[in-house]
Design a protein around this ligand. Structure first.
Ligand SMILES: [Zn+2]
Length: 239
């Protein structure tokens, strides 16, 4: 009986430990400020009113619409491309490059890169980098994890290959999704010097409100004294 109690206690303790470990892994996999290997950037420490606009899941059929808005507002942004999308919309991908915007890598197939082999991670990153280069892009290519998820293998690979991980510190879609005015308000209120803003105007129905919000976000932040730069330009302002 005594032994049985002992075992029960040990099992409970072990379960609690396993749950705690799983919970901390979950938190770290989503963290915007730290990871197990190498650094990660969600914003830049600066007093200057300089910020970066970033769009995920490029290119899509909405690319030209977004390029026109950026051209009209004279803003350069950073597009995180999914390799599969680039293969489907090569002309749109090239248009991003030709318009002088920055390109980042957002994986090949947009699968979560946690609990995946190094071979899988390598092919997700390198296939997309090759596509980006083959379409004429010359700049440094940073990486943004699909769904913002990373744990061991992805940060390990990125760190080993000197590829920077770029997250964000302003993302209205999680909080006020679907309402353009609320997206503008949230973004303007939460942006600070050095912010990296994440929007999804290239996504289908889910991106509709972001497409509507984008010109207003640019206008309001410019009126507030902010200038827009690409992610790699922003990184140079780190104090
Ligand atoms: Zn994405």
């Amino acid at each position: 009986m005594k032994n049985l109690k002992k075992y029960a206690k040990a099992i409970i303790l072990l379960t609690v430990i396993i749950l705690l470990v799983c919970f901390s892994f979950y938190k770290i996999s989503k963290s915007r400020s730290s990871q197990f290997f190498g650094g990660l950037t969600s914003h830049v420490n600066t007093e200057e009113k300089i910020i970066a606009l970033t769009f995920d899941d490029a290119p899509t059929e909405y690319t030209n619409e977004i390029l026109e808005i950026l051209d009209d507002k004279n803003v350069k942004a950073t597009f995180f491309v999914v390799g599969k999308n680039f293969e489907k919309y090569p002309l749109e991908g090239e248009a991003i490059i030709e318009n002088g915007h920055e390109i980042g890598n957002h994986s090949y197939s947009h699968q979560r890169c946690i609990f995946k082999s190094q071979t899988f991670i390598e092919s997700e990153i390198e296939k997309t980098n090759t596509l980006i280069h083959d379409h004429g892009y010359k700049g440094e290519i940073t990486f943004r994890p699909p769904n913002g998820k990373k744990l061991f293998g992805l940060p390990y690979y990125l760190n080993k290959n000197n590829i920077k991980t770029i997250m964000w510190d302003v993302e209205p879609d999680t909080y006020v999704s679907g309402d353009a005015d609320a997206i503008v308000k949230y973004t303007v209120e939460n942006t600070k010097p050095g912010s990296i803003i994440l929007l999804h105007p290239l996504n289908g129905t889910a991106g509709e409100a972001d497409r509507e919000a984008l010109p207003k976000i640019i206008d309001e932040l410019k009126a507030g004294g902010y200038s827009f730069v690409t992610v790699s330009q922003l990184l140079k302002y780190e104090n």
